[in-house]
Design a binder for this molecule. Structure first.
Ligand code: PLP
Length: 456
């Protein structure tokens, strides 16, 4: 590879070109091949179409390169290919997971009695949280959801879940899979900085309280679009009054509670009934690695299933598999534990802080540029903004952002992403790893300017 090629973030190839390169790999033949030939094939045909998460110009999504301690943990986990969910299948793995979940509850300052479980991804963590909320409401109504399902509710169409308009789409998946339908999701307006507005939440509660049965309020600690952190303490006050479940979707943002100067943003999170978190986003651990925490461990009992041969009800050893659905899971906490131990908390905080500082610097810079308009003040490591050159009329600005996004994507030297904010198309930079610097993002701004100028 030449230096220029080496520094490309991705190949920029079209789907047809990628498919052509991969054709050899999926030619399943009667004869096998040597490991050397196989490795060459994978490295030559597939690797060029991977994305370089380790480059400073990858500033678009929530992916990171592997942290070396995490890589060591992952190597050992792969070498042994241990299952986790049950004591019989691997005592060391089951115990490590249990201890790690408890240690993480303490690290994040969750409620003293809190516990956690490992989930495949944040989407499933959110889904399980909503299931537990629904289960508790069923108990309050005097029936067992596991036994009777939604039919136990007098009118399931009354069930409602309040979320910010900017909540992640995984909540829609959850509503669908739980049989509630998306109609159960009631959106609450966000403020100018894209945080859920507590006054709007209260107004929405007043508006629907008579006609709906509010089973859960979901706060997002770090929205996907803008990284905004909803005011959990104010939201917890309202959900406490309602005696309803409070779930915090911290899939992206919870990690930043460890950065002392950001911790205040997360005040009140210890009052949540459940919290989801994706270490695979900024911790540099292998995908997938997600967690679900609950304030009262017995809430995990709402998903427990026992059998005569596996996770027996009379077992006294830890069986982490009773806390979530899969009966087979990999040892994802080993890379996480190894990474935290390798870096130490001081370096870990520095790793988390560096991209946040870079995004803050970018915000200050763009605020001074007349041809750019920022869409919000960044709470965490995401900044959305629009190129607004004087020669482009306001009604063409959405098209301009999409044009910029497409050209940058096709070129492959850098990545940006795109989102919609209040009906306007915006460019979105995500700084997730310490590799993403202010300078690198400024270079992309220069590129964006050139693309915009070429349109004149
Ligand atoms: C706020 C939020 N919640 C949930 C998810 C879903 O997580 P996963 O991609 O691990 O399923 C994401 C993913 O980006 C997210 O940003």
């Amino acid at each position: 590879m030449t230096e220029v090629e080496h520094r490309r973030v991705h190949s920029g190839a079209t789907p047809d070109q990628v498919a052509a390169d991969l054709a050899d790999l999926i030619r399943f033949e009667d004869d096998g091949m040597s490991l050397t030939d196989l490795e060459n094939l994978i490295r030559q045909q597939l690797e060029p179409h991977f994305v370089r998460y380790d480059l400073p110009h990858f500033h678009s999504l929530f992916n990171t390169f592997l942290e070396p301690g995490a890589a060591l943990g992952a190597e050992i986990a792969l070498e042994w290919n241990q299952g986790v969910t049950n004591w019989q299948v691997s005592p060391g793995s089951a115990m490590l997971e249990e201890l790690c979940c408890k240690a993480l509850c303490r690290l994040f300052g969750l409620d003293q009695g809190a516990d956690g479980t490992v989930m495949y991804c944040g989407t499933y963590a959110n889904q399980q949280a909503l299931y537990m909320a629904l289960h508790r409401r069923a108990e309050e109504r005097g029936f067992d959801l596991a036994e009777q399902g939604l039919a136990g509710f007098a009118d399931p169409t009354r069930l409602a879940i309040l979320t910010s308009v900017d909540a992640h789409f995984s909540l829609k998946h959850a509503a669908r899979f739980l049989g509630l339908g998306e109609q159960c999701l009631v959106p609450v307006e966000a403020d100018a900085n894209r945080r859920m507005d507590a006054a709007s939440l209260r107004a929405k509660v007043d508006e629907i309280q008579e006609s709906r049965d509010i089973i859960c309020v979901v706060a997002t600690s770090g929205t996907t679009s803008t990284g905004s952190v909803d005011p959990v303490a104010a939201i917890a006050d309202i959900s406490n009054e309602l005696e309803t479940w409070l779930h915090v979707d911290g899939a992206y943002g919870l990690a930043y509670k460890l950065v002392p100067e950001l911790a205040e943003l997360f005040a009140g999170i210890e009052r949540a009934d459940s919290v989801s978190w994706d270490p695979h986003k900024q911790f540099g651990v292998p995908i997938p690695s997600s967690m679900l925490f609950v304030r009262r461990p017995h809430d995990f009992g709402r998903v427990a299933l026992f059998s005569s041969y596996w996770n027996r009800a009379d077992a006294t050893e830890p069986n982490p598999g009773t806390k979530s659905i899969p009966s087979t899971r990999p040892l994802t906490v080993l890379p996480l534990v190894a990474s935290i131990r390798h870096q130490g908390l001081d370096n870990l905080v520095q790793r988390l802080r560096a991209p946040i500082v870079a995004i803050g610097d970018l915000y200050e810079y763009l605020e001074q540029q007349p041809d750019f308009a920022t869409c919000h003040v960044p709470d965490t490591g995401i900044l959305c903004f629009r190129a607004v050159p004087a020669h482009v009329s306001p009604e063409k600005l959405n098209e301009l952002q999409r044009h910029i996004y497409s050209l940058i994507l096709a070129e492959g030297k850098r990545t940006t992403s795109i989102t919609e904010i209040d009906g306007q198309t915006a460019l979105r930079f995500v700084a997730i790893s310490p590799q993403v610097t202010f300078e690198a993002m400024k270079e992309t701004i220069v590129e964006i300017r050139k693309i915009a100028a070429d349109l004149s």
